[in-house]
Design a protein around this ligand. Structure first.
Ligand code: NAD
Length: 350
C-alpha cells in the first residue's frame, strides 16, 4: 500500500460506481475543486476488491490536486478507478456506462486516459458525457493521447535535474527505466536520441523486447531495475517504486520518472536525501499529460500545451535549488508550494 501525507481536507466527494449489467465497478474520488473542476484520468486495473480500488482512487485524486495546482492549471484534483472484470466483458459498454456516471456529476469531474485506458476507451466515454478529454484532436488543437506530452515533460525535467544535481548532460549516462508502457517507451526514445544508455524492465515481453531491438536497451528482471547500475532511475510503472528496500539498494544518484505516487511512504523522501539521491518529484515532472488534457477540455491549441510543458523543467530546477538551500526533500518543498496555491485559491503562473 502506498501512502501520502494527507495535509489538505479529505475528498469533497466520493462516488461508488456499480453497474452489474455493463461490468462497471469502481469509484470516482473528487479531492478538491477549489481551483476548478476535479480532473484526473481513469485507471482500469485488476484490483482484488473495491477497498483497494477506493484506497488507490483517494490517494491518486489527492495527487492530482497537488499536480494541477503546481502546473498552474485551472483544475482541482480527482480520479476514477475502475476494476477490470475477471471474465469476458463488453469494453465499449462498460466505458459508456462510466461516461454516464461522469455526466451525472455535471462537470465536477473531468476524465481522461490513465493506466489501462486508451483513446478508444475515451471515445466510448465521450458518447455519454461531455466531461472527457484525451480524444483525437482537430488539426492544431490540443488533444489526443496525453502520454507523449507526459514523456516530453519527464525527459526535459530529467535533463534539467541531471544538470543541476549531477552537473552533466544526459549523453553517456545510463538511465534505468522501470516500465516501458506508453510513457516509458516514449521516454526511452527521447533518451536514446539524447545519447543516453538504457536499462529497462517490464513484465510485458512485447513491450520490452521491442525497445531492446529498436534502441539497443539492456533488459533486466523487474526485481533488479531499481538497483541497476545507472546514474538515473526512472520509475514509469505503477506507484510505490521508492521504498526502504529499493532506496537502500539504489545505485542511481537521481530519480526522475513518470509514475504517480512513487514514494511508498513519506519518510522515503528523507531517506533519498540522506543517501544523496536527488529526487525530481513525480507530480511535478509528469504534469505534461494533464496539461494536454486541460488544454483540450478548455478548447486551447497545441501551442498552448507546448508552452506550458516547457515550464515544467525550469520549475523542477527551481524546486531542487530551493530544497538544497533549505536542506529539505524536494518532495516536501513541492507539497508546501502546492498546498499554498490551493489554500490561496489562486493559480501559479503557467
Ligand atoms: P502503461 O500501462 O502504458 O505502462 C505501464 C507499464 O508498466 C506497462 O508496460 C506494465 O507492463 C509495466 N509494469 C507494471 N508493473 C511493472 C513492474 N513491477 N516493473 C516494471 N514494469 C512494470 O501506463 P503509462 O500510461 O505509461 O503510465 C505509466 C505511469 O505514469 C503510471 O504510474 C501513470 O499513472 C503515470 N502517468 C501517466 C501519464 C500519461 O500521460 N499516460 C501521465 C501522468 C502519470
Amino acid at each position: 500500500m502506498v501512502a501520502r501525507p494527507t495535509r489538505l481536507a479529505p475528498p469533497v466527494e466520493c462516488v461508488r460506481l456499480h453497474d452489474p449489467e455493463s461490468g462497471l465497478d469502481g469509484v470516482i474520488a473528487i479531492h478538491s475543486t477549489t481551483l476548478g473542476p476535479g480532473a484526473g484520468g481513469c485507471r482500469f486495473w485488476a484490483y482484488p476488491g473495491i477497498d483497494e480500488a477506493l484506497a488507490d482512487a483517494l490517494r491518486l485524486a489527492e495527487g492530482m490536486s497537488y499536480k494541477n495546482a503546481l502546473a498552474g492549471l485551472p483544475l482541482g484534483g480527482a480520479k476514477a478507478v475502475l476494476r477490470k472484470p475477471e471474465g469476458a466483458f463488453d469494453r465499449a459498454k462498460l466505458f459508456r456506462a462510466f461516461g454516464r456516471a461522469v455526466e451525472q456529476l455535471g462537470g465536477a469531474y473531468v476524465t481522461a486516459e490513465d493506466v489501462g485506458t486508451s483513446v478508444a476507451d475515451m471515445q466510448e466515454v465521450a458518447r455519454t458525457t461531455r466531461h472527457v478529454a484525451g480524444l483525437p484532436p482537430a488539426a492544431g488543437r490540443a488533444g489526443g493521447d496525453p502520454s507523449p506530452w507526459t514523456a516530453r515533460g519527464v525527459f526535459e525535467s530529467m535533463r534539467a535535474a541531471a544538470r543541476f544535481a549531477l552537473d552533466t548532460d544526459l549523453a553517456g549516462l545510463t538511465v534505468a527505466v522501470q516500465g516501458t508502457g506508453n510513457v516509458g517507451a516514449d521516454l526511452c526514445r527521447h533518451l536514446a536520441d539524447a545519447g543516453a544508455r538504457l536499462v529497462i524492465a517490464d513484465p510485458n515481453p512485447a513491450r520490452r523486447d521491442r525497445l531492446r531491438a529498436i534502441l539497443g536497451a539492456e533488459v533486466v528482471d523487474v526485481g533488479e531495475i531499481a538497483s541497476a547500475r545507472a546514474e538515473i532511475f526512472a520509475p514509469c510503472a505503477l506507484g510505490g517504486a521508492l521504498n526502504r528496500d529499493s532506496v537502500r539498494a539504489m545505485k542511481a544518484k537521481l530519480v526522475c520518472g513518470a509514475a504517480n505516487n512513487q514514494l511508498a511512504s513519506p519518510e522515503v523522501a528523507d531517506m533519498l536525501r540522506d543517501r544523496g539521491i536527488a529526487y525530481a518529484p513525480d507530480y511535478v515532472v509528469n504534469a505534461g499529460g494533464i496539461i494536454s488534457v486541460s488544454a483540450e477540455y478548455l478548447g486551447e491549441n497545441e501551442s498552448d500545451v507546448e508552452a506550458r510543458v516547457a515550464q515544467i523543467a525550469p520549475r523542477v530546477t527551481a524546486l531542487l535549488d530551493r530544497a538544497a538551500r533549505e536542506g529539505r526533500s524536494p518532495a516536501l518543498v513541492a507539497d508546501d508550494m502546492a498546498e499554498a496555491v490551493i489554500a490561496g485559491g489562486e493559480r501559479v503562473a503557467a
